[in-house]
Design a protein around this ligand. Structure first.
Ligand SMILES: Nc1nc2c(c(=O)[nH]1)N[C@H]1C(S)=C(S)[C@@H](COP(=O)(O)O)O[C@H]1N2
Ligand SMILES: [Mo]
Length: 426
């Protein structure tokens, strides 16, 4: 199983990570507001600064990184990850069935049992005493006893649609060469993070919280970056973030964070830490490789040293069709698709069946809501035989519209351009 991107024109993710880490250590790349000293301290803390002998990832063998079956008609394997095929979503309803939901694993799905799982909250942002002394634990049953909420939300990788930078714009970007299938929508049930933070004794001086996964340390280019973790501002943490233990009415499946994951509605997928084991609560802003080196925009159109850490998702549209799907000439079709935005509900969707020459509005088949996609459809009677391109362009209630070209960034995050979906009329 290659851990590299599917396209040979993409440097693989590990090589890219290593490159960034080297730059970082050399002091060439500097995250906004993070001093080199601070970064070195952080690296020392994660064990990445020294010449440590590095252990191999826990599950390196073929097919070992994901537990659930990945039938080829539903998924495309991409290294340690699996992308959902859009044609498999046709007829599935608003929520993505758990067996069809994409998987993004930095390493491998760990085997964890709910009954011996603990969540530890700790740090200077908890009330009373010095940082080291403040810690409180919750077990799975403790969590299940707290009042729960249910919300529908997408989880979408920041790199979803990344291959469009190459296929549509001729640009070389790092990372997994996802098409549009690194997204799924589920009904998540769990406890608001705010409830747990308040029970733990939140200090009025707390500013950031940092959940960390129980999966293996992420080793990149022979250097360990520690376990997957990314800070979240307290304002978001208290607003709508869940500690989720159910997905579409079932206990959270192993690949999606069993027994408990963080769910951060509308934000890039990396914020929704799976297999959460501890949460640092801090009076100071927190940094990890996942909000400094990764998940910022780097490139000529972005600030020197990178953009601010990514938070909300951009907007996108996709047809529930295979790439290269065929249609018989002269027969009426209903084209179906979905559009979504991290900035608010979808306001409208326009579709072109002639490569962008003419456009018409799609029917919205359900009431647009925040944090999730909206299904739409359009009638089409293809006439001329040959290849054509189907395009869908979403506009959201925040006033954003999908552009023709996405602004380049080296890691290929947040692709938002209208995708040209090639089909053939026979
Ligand atoms: N602990 C942990 N959490 C994680 C990850 C991971 O590798 N380990 N991957 C992140 C990324 S990059 C994404 S896009 C989402 C994917 O969630 P899913 O696999 O349930 O679809 O999980 C996030 N949470
Ligand atoms: Mo991701």
């Amino acid at each position: 199983m290659p851990s590299s991107a599917a396209s040979s024109s993409h440097p693989d993710e590990t090589a890219y990570d290593r490159h960034r880490l080297r730059q970082w250590l050399a002091g060439q790349a500097r995250a906004d507001g993070v001093s080199r000293r601070r970064l070195l301290t952080l690296l020392a803390a994660t064990g990445a600064a020294g010449a440590l002998p590095l252990s191999a990832p826990a599950h390196a063998a073929d097919g070992d990184t994901i537990v659930k079956p990945l039938p080829p008609e539903k998924f495309v394997r991409r290294g340690t990850n699996a992308e959902t095929r859009w044609e498999a979503l046709r007829g599935t309803g608003h929520h993505t069935p758990n067996d069809l939901f994409f998987v993004r694993n930095h390493t491998a799905t760990p085997a964890l049992r709910a009954h011996d799982w603990r969540l530890r909250l700790w740090g200077s942002g908890l009330r009373g005493g010095p940082a080291e002394d403040r810690a409180i634990e919750f077990g799975y049953d403790d969590l299940r006893k707290l009042p729960s909420v249910t919300r529908t939300a997408f989880v979408e990788c920041a790199g979803n649609g990344r291959s469009g930078y190459t296929t549509q714009q001729g640009e070389t970007v790092g990372g997994t060469a996802w098409t549009l299938g690194a997204i799924g929508v589920a009904r998540w049930r769990g406890v608001p993070l705010s409830t747990v933070l308040r029970r733990a004794g939140l200090s009025p001086y707390a500013v950031d919280v940092q959940p960390r996964g129980l999966d293996a340390e992420y080793v990149s280019g022979g250097e360990s970056l520690g376990r997957v973790r990314r800070p979240l501002p307290l304002s978001k943490a208290l607003h709508d973030v869940l500690l989720a233990y159910e997905m579409n009415g079932e206990p959270l499946p192993p690949d999606h964070g069993h027994p408990v994951r963080v769910l951060v509605p509308s934000w890039v997928g990396i914020a929704s830490i799976k297999w959460v084991g501890d949460i640092e609560v801090s009076r100071q802003p927190l940094f990890s490789p996942w909000n400094t080196t990764f998940y910022r925009l780097f490139g000529p159109a972005h600030p020197e040293g990178g953009s601010v850490p990514l938070s909300r998702q951009t907007l996108k549209s996709a047809f529930e069709l295979a790439s290269g799907a065929t249609f018989p000439a002269g027969r009426s079709q209903v084209l179906r698709g979905r559009s979504w935005s991290g900035a608010g509900p979808v306001a409208r969707v326009d579709v072109s069946t002639d490569g962008g020459a003419s456009w018409r509005p799609a029917r919205l088949d359900e009431r647009p809501r925040p944090d999730t996609w909206t299904r739409w459809s359009v009638d089409w009677k293809p006439r001329a035989r040959g290849t054509t391109q189907l395009l869908a362009r979403a506009t959201d209630t925040a006033g954003r519209t999908q552009p023709d070209v996405s602004v380049f960034n080296t890691e290929g995050y947040l692709f938002d351009a209208v995708v040209r979906h090639e089909v053939t009329v026979v």
